[in-house]
Each structure stands twice: as C-alpha cells, then as structure tokens.
Ligand binder design. Sequence first.
Ligand code: UDX
Length: 447
Amino acid sequence: MNVCVIGTGYVGLVTGACLAEIGHQVVCMDDDARKIEILLSGGMPIYEPHLEGMVKRSRAAGRLHFTTDVGEAVREATVIFICVNTPPLPDGEADLTYVELATRRIAEHATHSPLITEKSTVPVQTGAWIEKTLAIYGNRPGVEFDVASNPEFTREGMAVEDFLHPDRIVVGVSTARAEQILRELYAPIVAGRFRCPIHADCRQDRAVPFLVTDLRSAELIKHASNSFLAMKISFANALADVCELAGGDILQVAEGVGLDKRIGRAFLNAGIGFGGSCFPKDLKAFVKIAERSGHDFALLREVDRINERRREMVLEKLKRALWILRGKRIGLLGLAFKPNTDDVRQAPALAIARRLLEEGAEVRGYDPQAASKARQVIPTLTICADPYEVVAQAEAVILCTEWAEFLALDWPRMKGQMVRPLILDGRNALDREKLISFGFEYIGIGR
Ligand code: UDX
C-alpha cells in the first residue's frame, strides 16, 4: 500500500519505518529540511533502538523515502498519517496549528481520494475538524476524503517493539472504506506475518486485537489510556509518601497490590515522577478537554499535582540529609526522562537540576544518551564523561534515570570519589542492602 507520513518526529519516523518494514511503500515528509537532510544522508535525528537498521534496510530496498515536498509525498498515497507535533499552549491545551496546516496541504495536493489518519495525540473532535477542513479546502471533483483516528500507544525506547507487537490496534472510522484500508494496512501485524527485525525466533501466538470504534471514541481511548497510566504512577507515589509516614515499604506494598490481576504490577513504580513528551502534556490537555465539555476532572488535576510535587520531595529529602545545599556538589545519574532514550522533555532529572541550581548547589550530571540534549536545555549544568566523574568530590548523588549501566556500577569506586557517600535512589532501582554494606547512606522513596 502507498503510505504517506507527515511529520518525522518520534511517532512519524517510527510509523513510517515500521510500515515500510512490513512491506508497504512509504514516503515520510517533514518541513524541517535539516532533519530530512540527516535522514537522507543515512543519519538518525533521534535515538530509538532498532530504528536505524530498519530505516537503512527499507531505504536500500526502495520502500522508504524522505522528502520536504508535501505534494510529492501526498500524490500517490492511499493512506496519509498526520504525525505532526501538538505542543502545549500556556493554558495546557494542545496547539493544533500544525494539524490544521497538514490537513490544508493534503486538501490542496491530493489528486485522488486518500484516507487521512490522525496519529498525533489530539483532543477529541479533532477528526471532525479535519473532516470540515478537508471539505472546505479540498472540494474538487473526483477527490473525496475519508478521515480516521489511529492512536499511537508506543513507548519511547520501546517504540519499534510496541509498534510491531502491540497490545491492540485501535481505529476510529466513519466509513467502511476507511476500516477496510486500515485492516489491510495492519494485516501483517495483526496476524504476525512479517519478519521480525527484533527477535529472530519471533512467534506470535495470537492475533493482535483490532478494535474498530467511532472517531471520537478512538480519540478518547488515547487520552484515557495515558491518563490512567499517569494516575497509576501518581497513586504509587502518594502511597510511597504514606509508606514513609506510616512505616512500610512501597516495594512490598506495590508487589502485594500488583499481584491482583485486576490491578497489575506495571506502572506502580514510585519515584521522582513521570516525565516525557506525553504524560505531563496529555494529562493537562485532557483536563482542559473535559473542562471545555463541562466536566471538572478533579481526579486528573490531582494526578498532575502529585507528580509536580515529586521534584520538591527530592529537594526536601536532600535538605534533611545535607542541611545546606548552597556550594555543595551534587551528582545526577541519568538525565533522560526514562532509560533507553535521549529525550529530556519534561525530564524529572532536569527539573531537579534546575531546583538544585536555584538553591546554589553545584550540579553535575551524566547520561549515556541524553547528555547533549540536557546541555542545550540547561547550559549551567556540568556534563561529565562518566558516572565516576559525576561523583568526584560530591556530597550526594541522585539516581534520576534507571539506566541498566547504573545498576552495574563499581560502587566502592564511586564511594571512594565522594566527599560524603550519600545516595538518593530516585527510582528505587539500586540494591539498598548492598550499598549500605559498602558504607553508603542510602535514601530511597517510600521505604
Ligand atoms: C507513554 C505511554 O506509555 C505510551 O503508551 C504513549 O504512547 C506515550 O506515553 P513514554 O512517555 O514513552 O510512553 O514513557 P513510559 O514508559 O510510559 O514512561 C513515562 C514516564 O513515567 C517516565 O518518566 C517513567 O520514568 C515514569 N514511570 C513509569 C514511573 O515513574 N513509574 C512507573 O511505574 C512507570
């Protein structure tokens, strides 16, 4: 099938590369000429496991193309994905300028009758706006548009895996033709009929659920899924606070609670809170959407508030241990918002770095992938070449991102570098007993 993807950010590039991988003919388009230049010269604008190899293979096979020319991208496409960014406005609402722009350009350039599919995270009723926009600007004989919503549930760092082996595929459609096109497009993934680029011996033992809904319900499913997961994390964080006050261990409590199949253990990890380009933004946007529809989603406002408070909680813990922060050197292990990504958007580590700098501390950080992005955001943050340099002469070290390499550090060597061997384990990821046996003062979360 001929596929066009507008926007080559995390979602667009992964969508394009994965659809090419399963055999479709894909053109990815972006206005950012520099990004397209990087891709055309064989580079990657983002770090995402497996992506680079897939892009290389599909380009060599002539199935994946990159361009800045929207006309060229749209012309042959049976299905066009809108994957542009929807940044937050100051009041939390999503800015849909780029979605409208993409829609108008499609309306202008389409020569036959493509299916327009929204994949960017957008407020409910965006599909209806896209339909209206196409009707106004693309009203030509012989051209008819279908609109669908196909929300994306991939996690950064796991995006290729999640795209090719999803828990479910949701499509919101208003016509049988739209459903048919998307069924055909995803058929190889639903049936596990493609050569998996990740696992050589990959065998899918069941068909992936393919859920067909109306447009608005599909849009709401995306918001509801992200908000629910964010709510689980904030619940675990609030529970961690109670554990500390009442005397309990959040790790044991989460295990006991999570063993209930109705609840599940995933996303009950307490710590310094959630970040990234999705949860914080989508949560605020959903609160706004509900508000506009006349509902005060107070539950989700509290989820957001609990998350914001996590950063301050770290400062409080540190002050309780160190008394004065001014002039003290504090090390941060991990700057990305989570492991296996170079993304620092809304990263709790950077919020903590900023607060520590405000308090007059000297902050040094290390991250296996996100260092240069972090430096761009906070130029006053000293970036180190390795974890041992981070803790040299430090009075405390905070684990902000649980990269696997931090779990295997030479901790006695780390301790030898520090003025005071104090560790704040912001993700409850380290072996507390072992660290204490090495002579560290260990502070966890909710333990
Ligand atoms: C999320 C959703 O998981 C995905 O379905 C959606 O498409 C996009 O948003 P992502 O932002 O890539 O994906 O990261 P995710 O793995 O969900 O983690 C989000 C944040 O929550 C991270 O900062 C992570 O550290 C934090 N987190 C996660 C916790 O603090 N505790 C947990 O138990 C789980």
